[in-house]
Design a binder for this molecule. Structure first.
Ligand code: UGA
Ligand code: MN
Length: 282
């Protein structure tokens, strides 16, 4: 059944931007994307606000469509945003593609499997790295843009997108329901981060969940290669990435000096199913 729903393709859907021009990507990324033509995202000259690139790894499970629907309903309300969704599989799911197309969000959807050498406990790193490769291939770094790693199961206020949009280098804010605490957050004094309230803050230089920071896209070029480690210990993905480019002093606190929770590390319960019926797609 699943094989009827899936196809090998990379799908890009431009919504309100009319000046996309196709160009072919070469090399490993081009092969990964099946030689498809991709847009160049030179869209900022039509809009005077920075682009937000959202990177979302995703994988098939019963709640996938529900999670992505919820997320699309949030992202469709954010201006000048491009959503890169990376399916953790050999091929994309054509039904999922329809969901993105009907959402009205500008998006790129492609597949990237987890590499054999990636540690078992690491989720989403190869997919996020492929999305970063894509951004470097299609984006012109002189155009203002910001990158946010938004997992498909979290909950996002609209306010956080407008705040992160103007990130100079690295911005940060509290994440609710994260790290076994009600929230994890940087602690701010005189506008600077002085410490963190977070899980394992003694061992992590940047003890923050993926949902709690955004990067100016320029860091991809300045600190190349900015990619996630695929052999990091559990919980070390975020700090290992940020240690490549930034110092704690450089953190720009958002959400009113980190005094508000605007994103939540929610997790959807796995449904208990007694009757499997594939007549309708869930
Ligand atoms: C926490 C962090 O919030 C993640 O950003 C981090 O990647 C993860 O820990 C980790 O350390 O690996 P958690 O809620 O435990 O996340 O993980 P999930 O939400 O299950 O997965 C993170 C993202 O990866 C999601 O968008 C999910 O759809 C995707 N994922 C998960 C895959 O693409 N493939 C998988 O096999 C599992
Ligand atoms: Mn999660």
């Amino acid at each position: 059944m699943l094989c009827i729903l899936i196809g090998v393709a990379v799908i890009t859907w431009s919504f309100s931007y009319s000046i996309y021009s196709s160009r072919k990507l070469n090399g490993a990324l081009g092969r990964r994307l099946n030689g498809a033509h991709l847009p160049s995202l030179d869209i900022a000259d039509k809009h005077d606000i920075p682009i937000i690139f959202i990177i979302t790894p995703t994988y098939y499970r019963l709640v996938q469509k529900a999670e992505l629907t919820r997320m699309a309903n949030t992202l469709r309300l954010v201006k000048q945003l491009h959503w890169i969704i990376v399916e953790d599989f050999e091929v994309i799911n054509l039904k999922t593609k329809e969901l993105f197309q009907s959402s009205g969000v500008s998006f790129t959807y492609f597949a990237q499997t987890k590499r054999k050498t990636t540690k078992n406990h690491i989720r989403g790193a190869d997919q996020r790295n492929a999305a970063l490769d894509l951004i470097m291939a299609i984006h012109n770094p002189s155009i203002p843009a910001v990158i946010y790693f938004a997992d498909d199961d979290n909950t996002y206020s609209l306010e956080i997108f407008e705040q992160m949009r103007y990130t100079k280098k690295l911005s940060m804010w509290p994440v609710g329901l994260s790290g076994g605490r009600t929230y994890e957050t940087p602690i701010i004094k005189d506008g600077k981060v002085i410490k963190f309230l977070a899980w394992n803050s003694e061992k992590r230089k940047f003890p923050i969940d993926m949902a709690g920071f955004a990067l100016n896209a320029k860091v991809l070029w300045t600190y190349n290669p900015m990619r996630f480690s695929t052999d990091a210990d559990a919980g070390m993905l975020e700090t290992k990435l940020l240690e490549r480019c930034c110092t704690v002093e450089e953190i720009e606190p958002l959400a009113d000096n980190c005094s508000k929770v605007l994103v939540w590390h929610t997790r959807t319960q796995k449904p208990t199913i007694y009757i499997f019926d594939n007549s309708l797609e869930v």
